[in-house]
Design a protein around this ligand. Sequence first.
Ligand code: SF4
Length: 215
Amino acid sequence: MARVGYGLSSFSLAGGRCGMTSDGLQALHDEIRGCAICAAELPLGPRPVVQVGNTAKVLIIGQAPGRKVHESGVPWNDQSGQRLRRWLGIAAEDFYDNGKIALVPMGFCYPGVAPRGGDLPPRPICAPTWHRRLFDAMPDIELTVLVGLYAQRAYLTGAGRLGANVAAFADHLPRLCPLPHPSWRVVGWMRRNPWFERDVLPALRARVAVCLGRK
Ligand code: SF4
């Protein structure tokens, strides 16, 4: 189905999950919080920001924390997060319920600013180091939302350009849904691609509602 292509070995998003006790997942989360693999490359130092829960139904794989998220330690605690919640059709209360939603970016720490502006890419060692163990510990995931090209290149079979990936959303649902990154830059993209609001968002909201037991 979908596989990692972000630098290291491939594995499926769809199978082989063994589950884990909440204590085991907490121990893994604590291990991640102590990770300093990229310390020498991170301008503000390591501060992994993830949200995981062993009964989570929806997994959101984003890019990497921005500076504001790094400072707060709260994932998607910015305007991009507000837009993402509108897209998903859920309130912050549900979004931050780790029994429902898991928030696992491609890189867990703020990577710093690129020379030409914008944030640097997620640290490439992060996903291959941690994702498999985390995903194995969350056996109830019914929908994985791939936010942005980094997640799509990692987990979407045949991933190409962003617009084509998102336009093919119906081929990937109900298990996967590719999305653009919901930063301010997406506003112009949405104007040029009205099918996104018309077709993709209603299908996404309906699927999220089913996963969260609302339909
Ligand atoms: S980006 Fe990932 S691998 Fe690198 S220090 Fe942070 S948690 Fe560790």
